[in-house]
Design a protein around this ligand. Structure first.
Ligand code: F6R
Length: 243
C-alpha cells in the first residue's frame, strides 16, 4: 500500500466482514489482537464502523497477544489500558469476552495461568483471525529470538532492542518491565488467518529478513512463511528492502 491509513482501512474491512459472516451463522468470532502503534488505525476504523455503520461486536471474543509482566492493568502502560482506550471502550463487546494476559498474576500462579490461557483459546476452537505487528527483533507477540516454533503461551524475557524501542513511552529503559506474558509461536500459527502489519523505514530490514530470509528462531516472524493463510500488509517504506 502507498500509505498505512489506506492499508489499515482495508484490514478493518476484512475483520468486519468476518465478524458479520460469523454473525450470520450465529457463531462467535474469535479475534487475536495486538497492541503497539501499528494496529491503532485499524481499531479506529472498526470503532468508526461501529458508530456510523452499526457494526456489532456482540459475537466477538478477543484474545490479546501479550502483556508486560509485572504490570498493573490500570497503569497507562498496560496493554489492558491500551486496548480499552483504542477499541473496547468504544464498541459493544461483552467485557466477559475480552481476554488479555494479566500482568498481575503471582509468580507462583504464572505457569498454570499461561496453560489456562492457551486452553481457553482451544476451547473456543482456535483463533479465526490473528492481527500482528512485528518488532525490530523479529518478534511477533513478544516471541523474541530463540522462541520455538511450537511454543505456547508463557512468560518471556524481553530482548534489549525491544526494551530500547519501548523506553520512550516508559520515560527510560530502566522503567521498562524486563518480562512479559505472550502467546507462543504455536498459538499464533494455529490461527486460521493471520495479518501482519508493518509501517515505516525502521521495519524494512526485519521485513526483508522475515519474508525473504531463511526460517529461523533468530527471526521468529520468519516461521510465518510456513503458515498457509498469512498476509503481510506493508506501506512502501516497510517494503523498500524487498527484492
Ligand atoms: C504488541 C505486540 C508486539 C508489537 C511489536 C510492534 O501486542 O505483540 O509484537 O506488535 O512490538 O510494535 P509497534 O506496532 O509499536 O511497532
Amino acid at each position: 500500500f502507498s500509505n498505512s491509513v489506506e492499508a489499515s482501512i482495508c484490514v478493518a474491512q476484512e475483520i468486519a466482514t468476518l465478524i458479520k459472516l460469523k454473525q450470520a451463522n450465529n457463531k462467535p468470532c474469535i479475534l487475536g489482537l495486538a497492541t503497539g502503534s501499528s494496529p491503532i488505525r485499524v481499531y479506529e476504523e472498526l470503532v468508526r464502523m461501529h458508530i456510523e455503520e452499526g457494526l456489532s461486536f456482540s459475537n466477538v471474543v478477543t484474545f490479546n497477544l501479550d502483556e508486560y509482566y509485572p504490570m498493573d492493568k490500570n497503569s497507562i502502560h498496560s496493554y489492558f489500558y491500551f486496548m480499552h482506550q483504542h477499541l473496547f471502550n468504544h464498541v459493544n463487546i461483552n467485557p466477559n469476552n475480552i481476554n488479555i494476559p494479566s500482568g498481575s498474576v503471582s509468580q507462583k500462579e504464572l505457569h498454570q495461568y499461561c496453560i489456562d490461557y492457551e486452553l481457553k483459546i482451544k476451547e473456543y476452537g482456535g483463533l479465526d483471525f490473528q492481527l500482528l505487528g512485528i518488532g525490530r527483533t523479529g518478534h511477533i507477540g513478544f516471541n523474541e529470538p530463540g522462541s520455538h516454533y511450537n511454543s505456547g503461551t508463557r512468560s518471556i524475557t524481553l530482548d534489549h532492542l525491544t526494551k530500547i524501542d519501548a523506553a520512550p513511552s516508559f520515560l527510560g529503559i530502566n522503567n521498562v518491565p524486563k518480562k512479559a506474558i505472550t502467546m507462543g509461536i504455536g498459538t499464533v500459527k494455529s490461527a486460521k488467518r493471520i495479518v501482519l502489519l508493518a509501517w515505516g523505514h525502521n521495519k524494512s530490514s526485519i521485513i526483508k529478513d522475515t519474508i525473504e530470509g531463511e526460517i529461523t528462531s533468530e527471526v521468529p516472524a520468519s516461521y510465518l512463511q510456513k503458515h498457509s493463510n498469512t498476509t503481510f500488509i506493508l506501506n512502501e517504506e516497510a517494503a523498500q528492502d524487498l527484492t
